[in-house]
Design a protein around this ligand. Structure first.
Ligand code: AMP
Ligand code: GLY
Length: 409
């Protein structure tokens, strides 16, 4: 939807898309078409891009990036935004990322990488802080288990290494020391050398208010977060710059958007929790509403290897998103429920509803995933954005709808 609003864009094709891709939003929007496609199949993506005469392919999620969709597009002479498969390992393999961070002296939690349960157990026994167990491979954002005891940590390691939890992705694990502090999502858009720092956002990962309950893909986000310029400088110097330099040295320069999950320790150290090779969800719903200009032009400049920092500018406003989820989420969600209150929600001032897990059934909007809708609100202050978002979210209804009430507080 943001790309369809970009001045340089004449039309957008989304694959596979959701029910939101067939509805035009408010304001001038280029036509959006939906196309069924196996986005994890590089050859299929190349064929579709040729057929549709696409000028720029934006590869959004981590799975197709790790499968080499950008490599295949580039080989076919089609401009593509996103890292190559080799560079996407920063997210595709947590073991790779942690070893890379260590080599580059990027601050990160002490850890061990292992495929052997006995070794994981020894590390957990020997390190009173070793409480976080992560599947090495992609696990749909659910592969990190944060525990609070030796037994729980060992159980998580056993489930992955011996119980097949997360399948192949969990055959190797990273056991991490538990870090404390303030978490933030730092996104930079980069051509491999130069980079543009986007506004900092905070996402709310747990399902319940006050950070209770299991981790989710993200239940809401707010931005911009005010970050002390000295801290921002440290994040750039200690995390972002060494990452880009290290990737160049490795012969796998990183192009696209890099989203670093940072835990700022009480002593001010910006510890790298994770690198993601894509935009954060739902942070991006916030970020794109803070940017003026032409995101498509920015992405095209990166695809061409020449970052055009002037393509976008950060506006003077605040944005927030609250995610309305389906019954059961983050477990298996109930699907196919009629979405009520859409129009009333969307007509609230400063509000835009972003589709996630939705579909159309006989012309009616229904739930079709865990995170159903993102209610985005813009305001002159964080407080105004918050009031607006909740006013709109309250209008939505389906059986078992739930959302956090404390986003942005
Ligand atoms: P990841 O799967 O690595 O992206 O981690 C997902 C989430 O788990 C992070 O955003 C943090 O909230 C939490 N997390 C990961 N690693 C740690 C750690 N070492 N200490 C504390 N929390 C962590
Ligand atoms: N907001 C968490 C993620 O996109 O991974």
């Amino acid at each position: 939807m943001t790309l369809a609003r970009a001045p340089s864009v004449a039309s957008v094709v989304v694959a596979p898309g959701n029910a939101g891709c067939t509805q035009s939003g408010r304001g001038a929007v280029a036509p959006i078409a939906r196309r069924a496609l196996d986005i994890n199949d590089p050859a299929a993506v190349v064929a579709a891009a040729k057929e549709e005469k696409i000028d720029l392919v934006v590869v959004g999620p981590e799975a197709p990036l790790c499968r080499g969709v950008v490599d295949a597009l580039s080989a076919a002479g089609i401009a593509a935004f996103g890292p190559t498969a080799a560079a996407a390992r920063l997210e595709g393999s947590k073991a790779y990322m942690k070893r890379f961070a260590k080599e580059q002296n990027i601050p990160t939690a002490p850890f061990v990488v292992t495929s052997d349960y006995a070794e994981a157990a020894r590390f957990i026994d020997a390190n009173p802080r070793a409480r976080v167990v992560k599947a090495d491979g992609l696990a749909g954002g659910k592969g990190a288990v944060v525990t609070s005891s030796v037994d729980e940590a060992k159980r998580a390691a056993r489930d992955m290494l011996m119980g097949g939890r997360f399948g192949d992705a969990g055959r190797t694990v990273v056991v991490d020391a538990l870090l404390e502090g303030v978490e933030m999502s730092v996104h930079v858009v980069t051509d491999g050398e130069r980079y543009l720092v986007l506004p900092v956002a905070r996402d709310y990962k747990r399902v319940g208010d006050g950070g209770e309950g299991p981790n989710t893909g993200g239940m809401g986000a707010i931005g911009p977060i005010v970050v002390d310029p000295k801290l921002m400088k440290r994040i750039e110097q200690e995390v972002i710059q060494p990452t880009l330099a290290g990737m160049r040295e490795a012969g796998t320069p990183y192009r696209g958007v890099l989203y670093a999950g940072i835990m700022v320790a009480p002593d001010g150290t910006p510890n790298l929790l994770e690198h993601n090779v894509r935009f954060g969800d739902p942070e991006t719903q916030v970020l794109v509403h803070l940017l003026d200009g032409d995101l498509a032009e920015l992405m095209a400049s990166v695809a061409a290897g020449e970052l055009d920092e002037g393509a976008v500018a950060v506006g003077e406003r605040h944005a927030m998103v609250v995610v309305a989820a389906a019954d059961g989420y983050p477990g298996p969600p109930r699907e196919g429920d009629l979405v009520g209150g859409m129009e009333q929600a969307a007509m609230q001032e400063g509000v835009r509803i972003v589709h996630a897990g939705t579909d159309l059934q006989g012309g009616a909007l229904v739930t079709a995933g865990g995170r159903v809708l993102g209610v985005v609100a813009i305001g002159e202050s964080a407080e105004q954005a918050r009031t607006r978002a909740y006013r709109a979210a309250e209008k939505l209804s389906w059986p078992g709808i739930h959302f956090r009430r404390d986003i942005g507080t």
